[in-house]
Design a protein around this ligand. Structure first.
Ligand code: FE
Length: 335
């Protein structure tokens, strides 16, 4: 009797507590302007508050590590599979078993152990000067190492994870010996020292300093939106190959559940929502990226660049082979 009475008293106490607003905390290396509209839409739809902290991926990973069990973060969000792989490799993430995520995100765009999931796709492709290059002259990333491109190639620095991931995936496709030869060829063909970012490399191509470069499509999109008259065009390489190297190199921006998430169920729901039809365009279009969910169409401006075959290597390989890639780029003098 006494037990029942105290149980009823406890129930009554719970019933009189004000309802706690559900919330999720995100550490994001994507900046506020890209993620706030998305989280606002989620809150509007579900009533769940999304708190977020934005910073570089390095500082955020260091913070997660330092905070350990006490971290308030439930989700870590960043760009490039190399960075996501590193977070998982350092034990900062926790696997998520979700039928929704399994159905919405293709296998090559997520961690095989489900510690992170690609949410948007960025294609790292060729951009050329229309006045100097015919599309028929272009074919593959590998071909940019051939002597016909001597003094005609511009590249972004190897210090950025994007080109490290690209080189890492080439190691997976071709092995170390052949990849090293390709990278040597690229370096031998450079018109000038590597640039700090994709934009500078494209501006050099537009100015006629070189003829072709390798960039992420959203930088091309943004640059052309600002300067529609630049003599630049996109080329999708490796489309006719049958080997492992077939298809355009894609990478992801994505997210994972943190190892010490305090709002695990809510965090998984947010990840699932981010992969859904209604969120994918919000997530991808704002940065001129491609939805990771293949059922969702890209924004019209992005679709106008044409359809292409993706390389189907699991993007996690970019992380696994990153150290090898960095050492190789250093060896061949790719600055
Ligand atoms: Fe970027």
């Amino acid at each position: 009797m006494k037990l029942i009475a105290s149980f009823l008293a406890a129930l009554a106490a719970v019933a009189t507590l004000p309802a706690l607003a559900a919330e999720v905390v995100v550490y994001s290396a994507r900046n506020e302007q890209l993620i706030k509209p998305l989280f606002d839409a989620y809150t509007k739809e579900t009533g769940v508050q999304v708190k977020f902290v934005t910073d570089g991926e390095g500082p955020l990973m260091a913070r997660l590590k330092a905070e350990g069990k006490n971290t308030p973060a439930d989700i870590f969000m960043t760009v490039d599979a190399g960075n996501l792989w590193q977070a998982a490799n350092e034990g900062l993430l926790k696997p998520v078993t979700s039928k929704t995520l399994a159905a919405n995100i293709p296998a090559h765009l997520k961690d095989p152990d489900n510690e992170w999931f690609g949410l948007s796709v960025r294609a790292r492709t060729l951009v050329y000067n229309k006045n100097k290059v015919k599309p028929a002259d272009l074919s593959t990333y590998e071909d940019l190492a051939s002597p016909k491109w001597k003094g005609r190639l511009c590249l972004r620095t190897s210090k950025k994870v994007y080109n490290q991931s690209l080189a890492a995936m080439m190691i997976w496709e071709h092995g170390e010996g052949q990849t090293e030869d390709i990278l040597k060829g690229w370096v031998a063909n450079l018109a000038t020292a590597p640039f700090a970012n994709d934009n500078k490399a494209m501006e050099a191509v537009a100015a006629g300093q070189c003829d072709v470069t390798v960039v992420n499509t959203y930088y091309y999109g943004r640059l052309m939106e600002k300067n529609p008259n630049l003599p630049l065009a996109i080329f999708w390489p490796n489309q006719n190959l049958k080997s492992k190297a077939a298809g355009v190199h894609v990478n992801v921006s994505g997210a994972g559940l943190t190892k010490h998430a305090k709002h695990e169920a809510e965090a998984v729901k947010l990840l699932e929502w981010l992969s859904s039809d209604q969120a994918q365009n919000l997530y991808a279009d704002v940065n001129m990226e491609y939805p990771a969910n293949p059922k969702v169409k890209p924004d019209a401006a992005v679709a106008a660049w044409g359809a292409f075959k993706q390389n189907l290597i699991n993007v996690a390989e970019a992380g696994k082979l990153q150290t090898k890639a960095v050492m190789m780029m250093d060896r061949v003098g790719y600055k």
